[in-house]
Design a protein around this ligand. Structure first.
Ligand code: SF4
Length: 315
């Protein structure tokens, strides 16, 4: 893989398209993805963006944006004003087009530096989306962030299978991601497991039972309706649907997602979201996911009141 260190002009990007309903901005600490040749890279929709790949093979390059934190600090005030005026709140999705915790993050620390900048100048809401258990190394920092903004940690676990016949290995083992989810949740951080894209599940009852004890909510995201194209046509150009059908006939159709959602809902009532609505923090009924812990309210944060840390609400 070719790794380079680059500077970026503006790291805060105003969202468009389907991401608009989830966040006002996206932020990519890297360009390219170190997990591009792993299982999630097979159907990763970012590989179809010529603007990002510039003709390079997905998984073959990683650009570390060394000035991401300083770029954030330079633009945060203007972008916060714009977001509150045009999008109701200043909400950041980190990241939609790369993995924020690749193995190289240990060397470069780009995501960490951005999160530290956010502690000083927080967004209203931060949605941290990762495919890697390495997020657990950031827990102390994330707890500080949860005190100053509405933080949701999204950890993708697509299936309970460590190996899926016909696909490469996971970039981060399923078992390690479950452990990381549990650690995030035990640290009082609002944790969502995103089953994205939904792959054939060997034992759905056990899988969702485990999710119910490892996370606060779950999002089921089938490639149909989840890959940003009509009827999943983008993913249908990859080998993923064929592999899914070979492992579990019917799993490449939406009925499979609905069946899994039924099972999940029995285990986690009110805590199951579907596709983009789920990513936006809403359950199947369109209500916000219920929270075990609540950080400071928006009003308390605006006042800078002394309340620090989450307080239990409900279980
Ligand atoms: S980690 Fe995310 S961005 Fe990277 S290949 Fe997987 S799905 Fe794509």
């Amino acid at each position: 893989m070719q790794i380079s260190v680059v500077d970026i002009g503006k790291v805060l990007t105003r969202t468009s398209g389907y991401l608009q309903t989830v966040a006002s901005h996206s932020l990519q600490p890297y360009r390219g993805c170190a997990l591009g040749h792993s299982l999630c890279g097979v159907s990763c929709y970012v590989q179809h963006s010529r603007h990002i790949t510039r003709g390079r093979t997905w998984g073959d390059f990683l650009e570390a944006r060394q000035n991401a934190a300083s770029s954030y600090l330079r633009h945060v005030q203007a972008e916060r004003r714009w977001a509150r005026r045009h999008r109701n709140e200043f909400a950041i999705f980190l990241s939609s087009a790369t993995e924020p915790f690749p193995p190289q993050e240990r060397r470069f620390g780009i995501t960490r530096s951005v999160l530290e900048a956010m502690v000083e100048h927080p967004p209203d809401r931060l949605i941290l989306q990762t495919h890697s258990h390495q997020i657990e190394g950031a827990i102390p920092l994330l707890k500080r962030l949860a005190d100053v903004c509405d933080l949701r940690c999204h950890l993708s676990i697509e299936t309970d299978r460590e190996r899926v016949a016909g696909l490469p290995r996971h970039g981060s083992p399923v078992e390690r991601r479950f452990q990381a989810a549990r650690r995030l949740r035990d640290a009082g951080l609002f944790t969502v497991i995103t089953v994205s894209p939904l792959l054939p599940i060997a034992d759905p009852e056990s899988f969702f039972r485990r999710i119910a004890t490892s996370a606060d909510a779950v999002v089921l995201d089938h490639f149909i309706g989840g890959d940003g194209s009509k009827h999943g046509s983008r993913t249908r150009r990859t080998r993923l649907p064929g592999v899914m059908e070979a492992v579990q006939p019917g799993s490449s159709e939406l009925d499979y997602r609905d069946l899994m959602a039924e099972i999940a809902e029995r285990r986690m009532p009110e805590r199951v979201g579907i596709s983009i609505d789920g990513f936006a923090g809403r359950n199947i009924r369109g209500n916000p996911f219920p929270r075990r812990f609540r950080g400071r309210t928006k009003a308390e944060r605006a006042e800078g009141s002394g309340k620090i840390g989450g307080r239990p609400i409900g279980d």
